[in-house]
Unconditional design. Structure first.
Length: 272
C-alpha cells in the first residue's frame, strides 16, 4: 500500500516524462492545434514550426505505438480538464484495424487509475482486469515501462528527452526498411474513432494520414477503403513517393522529411 502511494505521488508533479502524464495534469487552458497519433505523429509534426508559420499554439501528443483507443481516452481527458482547441488532428492509417489499447498507454495511465477526478467512463473503457485494483500490483505488472527507475526520475523531476512544450521527436538517417505492411482488408468500423468523431465538433476535427513509402504493401488499397469510410480524410501517404531521401524507414520520415511535411500540411489546412 505504501509503495502504491509513493509511486502514484511521483506522477502528480508538473514535469512530465510521458504524454499521458502531461495531459492528465493539464488544467483549463487553450491550445490552438493539437495533434494525436502514434510515432507517425510524434516523429512527423514539428509544432514549433507550426507555431512559427501560423502564429498560434500547437502541441504534438503523438505516442509511440499509440492506437485509436488511446487517443479516445486522451480526448476525454482533454475535455475533462477543460482544454479547449481550435483544431484537433488525428493521424489514421493501418491502426484503423487495431483494437484495444497499446501496452505503453496502459502503463503510463497507471498513476491516474484511482484518481477521483476521472469520469467513470474512462476507467471502464480501459477494460482492465480486476487485479489492477490491488494496491501496487498495477505497477508491478507494468514494471518494464513504469518501474522503480522511472519513478525515481519523477522524484528527481528530471525531464524526458522529448520536449513536451512541442512534443515533436525528430528521427535521423535515410532508409527504406519495411517492418510490416498494411492489412489485406479494412475492418467494418473502428468504434474508438467513431467515439472521437462524436466527441469533437465536425469543423474542429481533422483526420489525416502521414506519408508512407510507396513500397508499403497494400498501402493504396487500404487507404482508398479508409477514405471511403471517412471522406474528409486528408491522405498524404503518397506525398513523398518521389523523395525517398525524406524517409528514415518506410513508415517514418526523418527530420528533413518531417519539416517538409509539417510545412505542407500547415499550408494546406491551416493557412489556405
Amino acid at each position: 500500500m505504501l509503495l502504491d502511494v509513493i509511486y502514484t505521488a511521483a506522477y502528480q508533479n508538473e514535469v512530465p516524462r510521458n504524454k499521458v502524464q502531461l495531459v492528465a495534469n493539464m488544467k483549463e487552458s487553450h491550445i490552438d492545434y493539437i495533434f494525436l497519433g502514434s510515432s507517425r505523429t510524434e516523429n512527423h509534426i514539428d509544432c514549433e514550426l507550426v507555431e512559427k508559420l501560423t502564429g498560434k499554439s500547437c502541441i504534438n501528443l503523438g505516442i509511440q505505438g499509440g492506437r485509436l483507443n488511446d487517443y479516445k481516452i486522451l480526448v476525454r481527458l482533454l475535455k475533462q480538464n477543460s482544454i479547449s482547441f481550435e483544431k484537433l488532428f488525428v493521424q489514421v492509417d493501418y491502426i484503423y484495424n487495431f483494437k484495444g489499447h497499446s501496452p505503453s498507454f496502459i502503463a503510463s495511465f497507471m498513476p491516474f487509475l484511482n484518481s477521483n477526478n476521472l469520469p467513470p467512463n474512462i476507467i471502464d473503457d480501459l477494460g482492465l482486469p480486476d487485479y489492477y485494483s490491488v494496491p501496487f500490483l498495477r505497477y508491478a505488472v507494468n514494471d518494464s515501462k513504469i518501474g522503480f527507475r522511472e519513478t525515481f526520475m519523477q522524484y528527481l523531476r528530471k525531464p524526458s528527452r522529448v520536449n513536451y512544450e512541442s512534443g515533436f521527436s525528430p528521427l535521423q538517417g535515410v532508409g527504406s526498411h519495411i517492418s510490416g505492411h498494411f492489412p489485406n482488408s479494412i475492418v467494418s468500423t473502428n468504434e474508438a474513432l467513431e467515439d472521437i468523431v462524436q466527441q469533437v465538433e465536425q469543423d474542429k476535427l481533422i483526420l489525416f494520414t502521414a506519408p508512407y513509402c510507396e513500397n508499403g504493401e497494400n498501402r493504396n488499397t487500404f487507404l482508398k477503403a479508409l477514405k471511403e469510410r471517412h471522406i474528409s480524410l486528408k491522405d498524404y501517404s503518397k506525398l513523398f513517393d518521389a523523395n525517398s531521401e525524406y524517409y528514415v524507414n518506410c513508415g517514418h520520415l526523418n527530420e528533413k522529411g518531417a519539416n517538409q511535411f509539417t510545412k505542407i500540411l500547415t499550408q494546406d489546412i491551416l493557412i489556405d
